[in-house]
Structure formats: C-alpha cells, structure tokens
Design a protein around this ligand. Structure first.
Ligand SMILES: CC(C)(COP(=O)(O)OP(=O)(O)OC[C@H]1O[C@@H](n2cnc3c(N)ncnc32)[C@H](O)[C@@H]1OP(=O)(O)O)[C@@H](O)C(=O)NCCC(=O)NCCS
Length: 158
C-alpha cells in the first residue's frame, strides 16, 4: 500500500488523517463513497464500480484518496493527456462524501494534485463540469477560471 503521508497547509491534518495514492484495493470504498456523493443521481453500485474501474485503468491515470480514522472520505482521479508542447492533467472525477464536506478535504486533495503536477512538469490542470454545479464555486475559489474559447457540444440527433 502506498501511503501518502503529507503535511499540507490547507489539509485537515493530525491524527487519523491519511492521503493515499489510489490503488485497486480502494475501489470498493471508493465506489460506495462515490454513490453517496452523487446520491441525487441514479447510480447503482455496479455501474459506479464499472465507471471507476474504467477511470482507474485508463492509461496515465492517477488518483488520490483521503481517509479520516480509516473512513474513506473522498477521492480525486485524474489522467494525464499528452499535448503538442506539454502534458496536462485532466480531473476526471472528484468527490468528498457529504458528511465530510466543508472540512477542507477537497482543498487538500486538490493540493496533492497540484503537487503531482509540479513534480511531473505538467503544464495545466483542467476539468469539465456542469455550469450550475455548486462545485464551480469551489473551483473558482481555488483559482480555476472558465475557459471562454472552449466549446462543449453534444450531438442533438442522438
Ligand atoms: C466539490 C467538493 C469535492 C468539495 O469538497 P469539500 O471537501 O467540501 O471542499 P473544501 O471543504 O475543501 O472547500 C473549500 C472551499 O470551497 C468552497 N466550497 C466548497 N463547496 C462549496 C459549495 N457547495 N458551494 C459553494 N462553495 C463551496 C468554500 O469556499 C470552501 O471553503 P469554506 O468551507 O471555508 O467556505 C464536494 O462539494 C463534492 O464532493 N461535491 C459533489 C461532487 C462534485 O460535484 N464534484 C465535482 C465534480 S467536477
């Protein structure tokens, strides 16, 4: 198990708080946490596991999990995308379970990702989410900005 013991200025720290690089053994707790984080959406455990397993198995993916006294509280899963000049990190999934929100775990996981980006010479961190997702405030407060020149399209014939 790779235990990622860190001291972060923004992290809820102290006894019992752990941040680990995501591994196969985390998939069960991560799946249960994911379903509870998106309880308003109709995710089943099976579909959530399938989705997270695919993310986990994506080439160049990297994930980090947070634990508080052995309770899984959240995860961030990213994948590195090769670009013409530099590689960037795309945040593919990010959640904290409802009872652990607004305690700083989101910021802590993001800081781990930023550290990963710096340590690996990556050029940017990007993500896509729904415009009205309350998480947009989280990102804006953390220094993310909307990219005006990008367009997100879906085929209306399907
Ligand atoms: C987005 C998310 C991961 C943030 O996790 P978190 O642990 O609550 O984040 P933090 O405690 O580190 O929050 C840091 C700051 O972000 C802002 N913030 C966080 N959640 C917010 C919300 N729902 N609305 C407005 N601001 C928010 C606050 O300013 C907060 O600081 P404060 O609590 O001192 O005011 C969590 O809300 C979540 O899991 N949401 C559901 C899943 C989701 O939408 N994920 C993003 C997919 S792209």
């Amino acid at each position: 198990m790779s235990v990622f013991l860190i001291s972060l200025k923004s992290a809820p720290g102290g006894e019992g708080v752990l941040y680990e690089v995501m591994e196969l053994q985390h998939l069960d707790v991560c799946t249960a946490g994911f379903v509870s984080a998106y309880e308003e959406e109709p995710w089943t455990i099976d579909r959530a596991r399938e989705y997270l397993t695919d993310l986990f198995n994506t080439p160049r993916s990297i994930g980090f999990c947070a634990f508080e006294n052995d309770l899984f509280v959240g995860a961030i899963i990213c994948r590195e995308i090769v670009g013409s000049k530099y590689n960037r990190l795309s945040i593919e999934e990010f959640f904290v379970i409802p009872i652990a929100r607004r305690k700083g775990y989101g910021n802590a996981l993001m800081e781990i990702v930023r550290r990963h980006v710096c340590n690996n010479g990556l050029g940017a961190i990007t993500l896509m989410t729904e415009r009205d997702n309350p998480a947009v405030s989280f990102y804006e407060k953390g220094g993310f900005a909307h990219v005006e020149h990008m367009a997100f399209l879906a085929d209306q014939n399907i």
